[in-house]
Design a protein around this ligand. Structure first.
Ligand SMILES: [Zn+2]
Length: 302
């Protein structure tokens, strides 16, 4: 890593932000075949495929007019709606609300019901997307907007928990996630941790159904390579093993869609920092599925 004062090209900065990895900052990457390090200035498409030495994602070389050739992460993302496509957000809210009102007519289900601030108790005001009761238990459902950050999710979750309201976060998608490896965004990883290693995706027409998705670990095969180390005056070798992707995951879906009106329970959960993650999820009251773990912890090899 370069020291903080050194110049980093804005294009590389953008890549660091979106990929959550600074492994390409030196403008070098690894060649999949032969596993040699190559500098962007000398790398052409024909020399690929390439991967990032830090997170192991596939990367591409970008030849630039200003000569600042560089590598960029390629990881696939889930297809969220953009800020101008809030219709999907509205549809998601309306469909879930309608179905909940049908399933629990006594539950006083409403969209955007304001919950007032309570200064005495230190409660901040809240406006849950959807709220009501199931068997007397207060439930709030938040439909993820595309750019909600982890801080906001944490804050809201804590506020609901203080009030004894169980929270469910749902992520509407424009199209199915698909089973290829992908790179979960920070908030997706965070929600995944909040719900004990699963995330709930919603598609148009789903009503109260969601797709419970686990982000499984996957490994990349690192090719064996050997070279002559001039300084040490000896033959060296590396690679020839599988290594876990840092930011890339395999979506592991529960076989069927599950239903918010039937397959969910209220659960209290302690503060938690998952292994290999740096984000801590707060103590929380969540509305989560009642499924048994449907994945294995063994990383996938393709
Ligand atoms: Zn990387």
């Amino acid at each position: 890593m370069k020291d903080e004062n050194s110049y980093i090209d804005p294009k590389i900065k953008r890549d660091i932000r979106s990929s959550m990895c600074s492994g390409l900052v030196e403008r070098t990457a690894k060649q999949v075949v032969g596993n040699k390090t190559i500098h962007a200035d000398f790398a052409y498409k024909k020399d690929g495929p390439f991967y990032c030495p830090e997170c192991l994602s596939d990367v591409i070389v970008r030849k630039c007019i200003d000569k600042n050739d560089h590598f960029a992460h390629k990881g696939r993302l889930s297809n969220l709606f953009g800020s101008s496509e809030s219709q999907l957000h509205k549809d998601c809210k309306q469909e879930i609300l309608t179905e909940l009102q049908k399933a629990f007519p006594e539950g006083k289900w409403e969209a955007e019901r304001p919950i007032k601030e309570n200064k005495e108790k230190g409660f901040a005001p809240l406006v849950p997307d959807i709220s009501g009761r199931i068997n007397g238990k207060a439930i709030a459902i938040e439909v993820q907007r595309s750019f909600l950050n982890v801080k906001t999710i944490t804050k809201r979750t804590e506020e609901y928990t203080k009030r004894g309201v169980a929270i469910l976060w749902v992520i509407p998608l424009k199209e199915e996630l698909g089973s290829d490896y992908f790179r979960p965004r920070l908030f997706e990883k965070f929600l995944h941790s909040m719900y004990f290693s699963r995330t709930y995706y919603w598609l148009k027409g789903f009503g109260t159904k969601v797709i419970a998705t686990h982000f499984g670990r996957a490994e990349r095969w690192i090719e064996e390579t050997n070279w002559y180390d001039v300084e040490q005056q000896e033959e060296r070798d590396a690679g020839g093993y599988w290594k876990v992707f840092k930011t890339i995951r395999e979506p592991v879906f529960y076989q069927n869609t599950i239903d918010i009106t039937k397959d969910f329970i209220v659960e209290e959960a302690k503060e938690w920092t998952p292994e290999n993650e740096d984000l801590t999820v707060p103590k929380r009251l969540i509305f989560k599925d009642n499924l048994k773990k449907w994945w294995t912890d063994k990383p996938t090899r393709k």
